[in-house]
Ligand binder design. Sequence first.
Ligand SMILES: Nc1nc2c(c(=O)[nH]1)N[C@H]1C(S)=C(S)[C@@H](COP(=O)(O)O)O[C@H]1N2
Ligand SMILES: [Mo]
Length: 199
Amino acid sequence: MSTFTRGFRGRRRGEDDRLPPGQYLAEDFPVLSAGPTPHVPLDRWEFTIDTEAGQTHRWTWRELTALPYEEPAVDIHCVTSWSKLGTTWRGVSLDVLFEDVETTADYALVHSYGGYTTNLPLDDLLDGKAWIAYRYEGEDLTPSHGGPARLLVPHLYFWKSAKWVRGIRLLTEDWPGFWETAGYHNYGDPWREQRYADD
Ligand SMILES: Nc1nc2c(c(=O)[nH]1)N[C@H]1C(S)=C(S)[C@@H](COP(=O)(O)O)O[C@H]1N2
Ligand SMILES: [Mo]
């Protein structure tokens, strides 16, 4: 048994081990949007972090794209069961954006141009786990996939990766977002299959 198992798994390791339970590998890159694609001119675009104490940190498009960036290669997992392995992005780590932010808040409510919202613990945005991404596979992020910029939080189901991201509000109490209010799981860990509220 061990010989067979080792050989079989050895050949396929990499893909199988990186696919969370109930997920399949997508060939294409599906578009999932709950509403129309908002179009914001880059000279009017801004990204903000609002603290629980009422302070606002603000970046224009020029300021955001002048910051040091990273080029993460990450696996992404949509709650509707498709996954993509090794997608490559360019974006600014949230660690960079939070450098001068003073907060004791535990929760973040991410909001988008167009009105979409999603919530997650602030810790899940920090320590190299999340980016404001503006390029995908070497190209500017297309509007349908969240361009000019989207949140990228690959360790949670992809609905947490808000497209057309506009800002983050820091909160001392958790505040469910769009899909979390509609029955999706509050946290959304794909490895624990946290798809719906009761999972
Ligand atoms: N603003 C906004 N962000 C969003 C969504 C949305 O409808 N609006 N859909 C979410 C869902 S459910 C998924 S699976 C991913 C889809 O991203 P994609 O369209 O680039 O595949 O975006 C997430 N971010
Ligand atoms: Mo999704």
